[in-house]
Structures are given as structure tokens and as C-alpha cells.
Write a protein that binds this ligand. Structure first.
Ligand code: HSE
Length: 401
């Protein structure tokens, strides 16, 4: 029997309890032994909840309980999560977490520490909710040089963008709905401004290339500036707008970016709607492979945490090595990264735009007095140089050409 403590009994933490209880029989078969939650740490009490009697407000009780083998951290944020996770590892316990802020900020140290102590530090649920992506990157896609990884990594923003386009819903109403459904972060600014996606692409990039990435080096734009007019332009072009996190190797340089992108039906990410996430990985031998599933939400995310718990139980004797060196990877400025761009300008500048760029695709008839155009693929620097002469730019959104 493996005893587990859950730190943080919110959406995901209570989901972990639910999955371990409802699927107890099959989990026992798959892990080779029973797995049971014996302690729950939270500031609150949960009268009437099935885990009511397991609640403690004192982390030391868990830290000093030698029978607890695995600590699940689903508190979010780094304070006090980092302290509790570090102390758990130092006490010889494996840790399974859904907390991307913790992994993005302290992953390098916690992975090393776990290795030194001969325990696991697993964080599958920190990226892509229920989608298995980190274990495949660490254990399966290892024969290839990975050329790029890009995806829809935030369920809340995808839910908002989908509903705004499909139902013409108001941004604030959809955000409230996402919060009610347990998709959004405690502070939804992290979702809509792209910070959540930024941490996730930093984690993916670190795993893909085997060395830490400082998420502060990643250019990050969110969706708070996307308006119903932008969405109307996208519709007119038969496209959608999605928030993407991506990292690519181009000409030996590593680029990483979080930004809204326009994309058409030829992109495999085009049909990813609602809370679903999808991650596309391109290897030099494998070509493109896609991972798709529910990127947020109680049961889906808890399922990924419980998979980590089972992995920790099954690999107790020989901890799984995670390739994640301390030497920081250099993320280049975007100057030489290649993208296509959608731009909205006053109709009066149409001929100036035609003179500045070759081969533009024009879109008009969406909003009075203005036009939109899509450029070909060019470096970010070239794009900046070419639009510098235009004075009526209303919006610019990158585009998957
Ligand atoms: N707020 C996150 C999202 C939760 O919406 O994707 C899962 O990481």
C-alpha cells in the first residue's frame, strides 16, 4: 500500500482524491499495490467532504510521517509550494505536481534534488492538463532532433476565443464561465496575458532540448487585445485566432514565443476548440506528431497527476531520469524568426502598404474605413522595417501562412 498526501484541496487536489477513490481497483491492478490518500493539507476545512477527516493544516505532520511515500502538490503558485515540495523531497518522498509556476521557476533544482535523493519529481499535469506530453517527450521522442514544438497550451483562452467566434459571446462573460468550470488560474490575468502559456512552453522547451529555459526570456503576448473586429476578419478569411506557445530551431538559433496567431483549416491546430489543447512536435526523422486532449479541468488534470503517482510507485527502485541540465539555453531575440503577419490599416493607406510589401493578400468589407492584409513569410525584423512607414496600423497579429 502506498500512502499519498495531497497539498491543496482545490479543483485539481480534490480531483486527485476522486480519481484515486473512484478508480481504486484498476489503479491497484496497474500499480501493483493499493494507493490511498492518507493526508490532505489545506488552510480550509471541508465539512461533509469524503476527505474531511484527512485534513490537516500543518505541513510538518506530512513531512514527518514516514508512511507517506508520495506528496501531490496542487496548491499552485510558488509560495509556499516550493518550500513544501523541497522539504518533501529532502524527506525522501516523491512529488507529483500540476504546478507549472513551480516547475518553470524551480524545476531545475527540484529535478536535481530528487535525483540526488533517489526519488521522483514528476510534473506531467503542469502542461496540457490531461494530455500525456511530458513523458512522451522525455521517454518516447528521443531518437529525433526536435525541430519545433508548438501548441495551444491554455484551455481558458482557447475556450474564450472559441466562444467569442462561435457564439459572438462577450469576453468577460466567457471568462467568468471558464472560472466557474475550474479552467482559469486563481488570477486569470495569467491565462489571458499568456503568462500561463509562457511557463508551459518554457517547460516543454527545457524537456525537448534537455536544458533549462528562463521563461522571462520568452516574448509573451496574450489575447486581451483581441477584439470582435479581429475575429470578424478571421472569419472572413475562413480562419480562427488561437493563442500559441512555440519554440523552434531555425538556422541553429532557438526562438520561443507566445502570441495569438491566425490560422486556417490547413493547420492541424485549426479545429482545436473550447478547453481542448493540442501540441504539435516536429522531429527530423519522425516528422510531425500531435497530442490532443482536455487542457484544463478537474478530472482531466487529476488523471495526469494520478498517472504520475502510478509511475512513481512502479519505478520506486530505479527513479526515472529527466534530461534537464542546469546550463541555461539561450533564447534568441525574435529579429530573425520567420512568420507571416495580418495587419489592419486605414483604407487610405492601401497603396502605401502595397508599395511596402510584395504579394499581399487583401481582406476588406469587414469594418468601415479600413482594410486588412496578410503578408508572406518573412523575418520579424523585415516585417518591422516594412511596416515602419505605415502610420494607421490598428492591429497586427501573426499568422500561420
Ligand atoms: N488555467 C490553465 C488553463 C489551467 O486554462 O489551461 C491548466 O493549466
Amino acid at each position: 500500500m502506498t500512502k499519498v498526501a495531497v497539498l491543496g484541496y482545490g479543483t485539481v487536489g480534490s480531483g486527485v482524491y476522486q480519481v484515486l477513490t473512484e478508480n481504486a481497483t484498476l489503479i491497484r491492478e496497474k500499480a501493483g499495490e493499493a494507493i490511498e490518500v492518507s493526508r490532505v493539507l489545506d488552510l480550509r476545512d471541508f465539512p461533509g467532504d469524503p476527505a474531511e477527516k484527512l485534513v490537516t493544516h500543518d505541513f510538518e505532520e506530512i513531512e514527518k510521517d514516514a508512511e507517506i511515500d508520495i506528496v501531490v502538490e496542487t496548491m499552485g503558485g510558488t509560495k509556499p509550494a516550493y518550500d513544501f515540495v523541497k522539504r518533501s523531497i529532502l524527506a525522501g518522498k516523491s512529488v507529483c505536481t500540476s504546478n507549472k509556476a513551480l516547475v518553470a521557476d524551480h524545476g531545475t533544482e527540484l529535478i536535481r534534488l530528487a535525483e540526488e535523493k533517489g526519488v521522483h519529481f514528476f510534473f506531467e499535469a503542469s502542461v496540457g492538463g490531461g494530455i500525456p506530453i511530458l513523458r512522451p517527450l522525455n521517454r518516447c521522442l528521443v531518437a529525433d532532433e526536435i525541430l519545433s514544438i508548438e501548441g495551444i497550451l491554455n484551455g481558458t483562452t482557447n475556450f474564450i476565443l472559441t466562444k467569442m467566434a462561435d457564439e459572438g459571446s462577450d469576453y468577460a462573460d466567457v471568462l467568468k464561465e471558464a472560472q466557474k468550470l475550474g479552467y482559469a488560474e486563481a488570477d486569470p490575468t495569467a491565462d489571458v496575458e499568456g503568462y500561463d502559456t509562457c511557463r508551459k512552453i518554457a517547460i516543454l522547451t527545457a524537456l525537448v532540448y534537455g536544458a533549462q529555459v528562463d521563461y522571462e526570456d520568452i516574448t509573451t503576448e496574450g489575447i486581451s487585445g483581441i477584439t470582435s473586429v479581429d475575429i470578424a476578419y478571421a472569419k472572413k478569411m475562413g480562419k480562427v485566432i488561437r493563442l500559441l506557445g512555440m519554440s523552434r530551431r531555425e538556422d541553429g538559433r532557438l526562438y520561443a514565443l507566445v502570441a495569438p496567431f491566425l490560422m486556417g483549416p490547413d493547420s492541424p491546430l485549426y479545429s482545436v476548440n473550447g478547453v481542448f489543447n493540442a501540441i504539435s512536435v516536429t522531429g527530423n526523422m519522425l516528422g510531425e506528431v500531435m497530442f490532443y486532449g482536455q487542457g484544463a479541468g478537474k478530472e482531466a488534470t487529476a488523471s495526469a497527476v494520478v498517472t504520475d503517482i502510478i509511475e512513481a510507485v512502479k519505478n520506486r527502485e530505479i527513479p526515472v531520469k529527466i534530461r534537464w541540465d542546469e546550463k541555461k539555453q539561450v533564447v534568441e531575440s525574435l529579429d530573425h524568426m520567420k512568420n507571416a503577419f495580418f495587419v489592419r490599416i486605414d483604407a487610405s493607406e492601401k497603396s502605401a502598404a502595397s508599395a511596402a510589401f510584395d504579394n499581399l493578400t487583401w481582406v476588406d468589407g469587414v469594418a468601415d474605413g479600413e482594410v486588412g492584409f496578410v503578408t508572406g513569410v518573412m523575418t520579424e525584423k523585415e516585417f518591422e522595417d516594412r511596416i515602419a512607414g505605415l502610420s494607421t496600423i490598428k492591429k497586427r497579429i501573426r499568422s500561420i501562412s
